[in-house]
Design a protein around this ligand. Structure first.
Ligand code: DQA
Length: 145
């Protein structure tokens, strides 16, 4: 089983970016945490980050036939990107949407996720644990796919 983790814009700044909202761990720390869990579960993972919408779209397209499922923190593109939504829909790889913060408890513009309707489910508000919960969900959807 192979799971692709995708991270959108500004998540490379985790650790220093609004730590009261996003915590003090860096994306490198989060990747290490996910890799430790992946070894325990004997699941292969790839973990990527881009600030570019187009690069994220390309990675989703390339996932077909390469990965069983995708865990995506699309960051701000969650709320704006029809291109990401269309890519997830077109490729058909089961995808889990995750967020560190609870987007529904924040500003109104974060309450809408354009990718939610084409994802298998959403995990939002559990800090770095959202990545581990997303991982678990990705394995569950792969087993039931
Ligand atoms: C985020 C929530 C988004 O609204 C925001 O734009 C982010 C991070 C989260 O993980 O809580 O960049 O996806």
């Amino acid at each position: 089983m192979k799971v692709l983790f995708l991270n959108g814009p500004n998540l490379n700044l985790l650790g220093t970016r609004e730590p009261e909202v996003y915590g003090r761990l860096t994306l490198v720390d989060i990747e290490a945490m996910v890799r430790t869990r992946a070894i325990d579960l004997k699941v292969e993972i790839a973990f990527r980050q881009s600030n570019s919408e187009g690069e994220l779209v390309s990675w989703i397209q390339e996932a077909r036939g390469q990965f069983n499922s995708i865990v995506i923190n699309a960051a701000a593109y969650t709320h704006t990107s029809i291109a990401l939504r269309d890519a997830i829909s077109a490729v058909g790889v089961p995808t889990i949407e995750i967020h560190l913060s609870n987007i529904h408890a924040r500003e109104e513009f974060r309450h809408t996720s354009l990718i939610a309707p084409v994802c298998r489910g959403q995990i939002s508000g559990f800090g770095v644990k959202s990545y581990l919960l997303g991982f678990e969900a990705a394995i569950i959807v792969t087993e039931t796919h």
